[in-house]
Design a protein around this ligand. Structure first.
Ligand code: NAP
Length: 559
């Protein structure tokens, strides 16, 4: 084992959880309930993960608040009051703080501490976890709850350091208010973060120039306050609603389509799309018909409906055309929800620069220079996205059996069984890891499913006195092929998106989410556990020090 003898001696716990976002704090709660001494390390100076870091103006969830919340505690459901259909970032952060306080979680969370390294000792079957504050912790289990989109990608625009004005990144927004009043502001990037911040900056800035590389499909959120009667009615049916969420394909309670978009008349289709457009729900549009994500012709009917809405909203038809997404199918890059995004381009002080025609060449001291001209600005906002799925995992130097590094093993794309564990990295679980349903679902529901499965697995191992769980290259191979095969039956892999790693130069192109649905995935995970952790290898015996105490294993346990 690679131990730095100069640093203080390590402390011992049962489990280390990396990250104190929605996944990490729930994992802590569950492991502690099972009696595991658990430490959580969080790089930020507060809990909240995504909802701590992405505090830019306009940041809010695009899944309804009544649905995007934990289901594990009926009492929590009843006591928490959501104020809007789509909660703002501060409200979601307050909710996560409430959860942490209510379940007394903070005492086991160490803030301002980034896990830098985790090394597996094959002899003792423990991980040694190191942090950037010099702490070392020895634990039987490590749970990576570091988030799917939490490592901002390098915007990759040359000259950024030479800019004389202020630069901001949506994913690392400062805590203090940023006042854009009277300033000339550039926003680079028009994904979910860009479409949320652009209308907000437009309200204050003297001039706003939006640099768009790829136009996004975005639908009106139709956000609104939730009144007391609606909240009471929803709370009364929460038990039913939570069960339905858990049974659902995407973690939201939506009516599933039964017909193809190509089987109905144009009038009927337009009426269905109009109703989805008015609903202000991404899932309503995506699930209008059975084949929007599998058939290009079907998809084009929805895409063209949205383009017609853009033309009807944006007064200048040349700008409308540039804002109209083309070249990829609706839904294959994550669609967005917005408030007044397209209408913002009717404002006289807002303009759009189409980087498809005039790419950015560099950032200068004065502003942004495209192939056409220099655009002088006082501030630049990067809304340029993340190294998603793998970035937060490969950022940690994870060293498994035989000295293998996770980041090397994953150089050609992530390898994982069920998106839960990678062969050769035993006792190390990923919450909503690559090749699981994760970002194609309501993340809260996927997080709960993973955390509960991991907790049950760890509990089983401890009860059986088993020291180690690993998976095999064969199980990984089979799962990877299954995930790829399902994805190949859809339009998803046809787009150059962050789902495939295409947004990060040099990253392997692999479709990284399981498209088969959370319902099917949940059933498979449950069956694997019921069959004695099929596809996993259980080995070694624990001593009394592990709190397990020599119970005979039921399944096949290797020495
Ligand atoms: P994103 O979807 O990856 O969008 C990044 C944008 O920046 C894209 O328009 C991209 O263009 C552009 N870009 C990247 N590098 C560039 C460069 N060098 N020059 C010019 N343009 C560049 O990232 P995001 O908007 O932060 O959203 C990421 C995900 O987080 C979302 O898809 C969603 O899952 C989640 N999110 C959710 C919410 C919500 O719930 N409301 C809010 C924010 C984020 P290309 O498309 O051409 O690469």
């Amino acid at each position: 084992m690679d131990i730095d003898s100069a640093s203080p001696s390590p402390t011992r716990v049962d489990a280390v959880v990396v990250g104190a976002g929605a996944a990490g704090i729930y994992q802590l709660h569950r492991l502690r309930e099972q009696g595991l001494r658990t430490r959580v390390f969080e790089a930020g100076d507060d809990i909240g993960g995504t909802w701590f870091w992405n505090r830019y103006p306009g940041a809010r969830c695009d899944i309804e608040s009544l649905s995007y919340s934990y289901s594990f505690s009926p009492e929590l459901d009843q006591e928490w009051v959501w104020s809007e259909k789509y909660a703002t970032q501060p409200e979601i952060l307050r909710y996560l703080h409430h959860v942490a306080d209510r379940f007394d979680l903070r005492k086991d969370i160490t803030l301002r501490t980034r896990v830098t390294r985790a090394v597996y000792d094959e002899e003792s079957r423990h991980w040694e976890v190191s942090t950037d504050t010099g702490e070392r912790v020895i634990a039987r289990f490590v749970v990576m709850a570091a988030g799917c989109s939490s490592t901002p990608k390098d915007p990759g625009v040359p000259g950024a350091a030479s800019f004389a004005g202020d630069t901001y990144q949506t994913a690392r927004w400062p805590r203090e208010d940023v006042d854009f009043a009277g300033r000339r502001v550039a926003v680079i990037g028009t994904g979910s973060s860009g479409v949320q911040i652009i209308p907000e900056i437009a309200k204050r800035a003297a001039e706003l120039t939006v640099f768009q590389r790829t136009a996004a499909f975005t639908l009106p959120a139709r956000n609104r306050p939730i009144d007391a009667a609606e909240l009471a009615e929803h709370k009364a049916r929460y038990p039913w609603f939570r069960t339905e969420q858990r049974r659902s394909k995407g973690g939201s309670v939506v009516e599933m389509p039964t017909v193809s978009a190509l089987e109905v008349s144009e009038e009927e289709r337009t009426a269905a799309y109009e109703s989805a457009w008015q609903a202000g729900l991404l899932s309503a549009m995506l699930r209008s018909y059975t084949d929007l994500l599998v058939d290009e012709r079907a998809n084009e009917t929805a895409a063209e409906f949205i383009r017609a809405k853009i033309r009807a909203t944006v007064a200048d038809q040349e700008t409308a055309e540039r804002l109209s997404p083309r070249g990829f199918a609706f839904g294959t890059k994550r669609p967005c929800l917005d408030t007044d995004y397209y209408a913002t381009f009717n404002e006289p002080h807002v303009r759009l620069v189409d980087l498809g025609r005039t790419p950015i060449e560099e950032i200068t001291a004065k502003g942004v220079r495209t192939s056409e001209r220099e655009w002088p600005v006082d501030a630049i906002v990067f809304a340029t996205g993340f190294d998603s799925f793998t970035g937060s995992l490969t950022a940690v130097d994870i060293v498994g059996k035989d000295g293998a590094r996770l980041r090397d093993r994953w150089a050609a794309g992530p390898r994982s069984y069920l998106g839960l564990m990678s062969a050769g990295f035993p006792n190390l679980f990923t919450v909503t890891g690559p090749l699981s349903p994760s970002v194609l679902t309501n993340m809260m529901v996927s997080i709960e499913q993973h955390v509960e499965w991991i907790t049950d697995c760890v509990t089983y191992l401890r009860e059986q006195g088993v020291a180690e769980i690993d998976t095999t290259p064969e199980a990984e191979e089979e799962w990877g092929a299954h995930v790829a095969e399902l994805a190949a039956g859809t339009l998803y892999p046809t787009a150059a998106s962050w789902y495939t790693g295409a947004n990060v130069p040099g990253k392997a192109r692999v479709f990284m989410a399981y498209v088969g649905g959370l319902d099917r995935y949940r059933a498979r995970c449950a069956a694997v556990a019921e069959e004695g952790y099929e596809g996993f290898v259980l080995s070694g015996r624990t001593g009394a020090a592990d709190g397990a105490g020599g119970v005979t294993a039921a399944g096949p346990v290797r020495p």
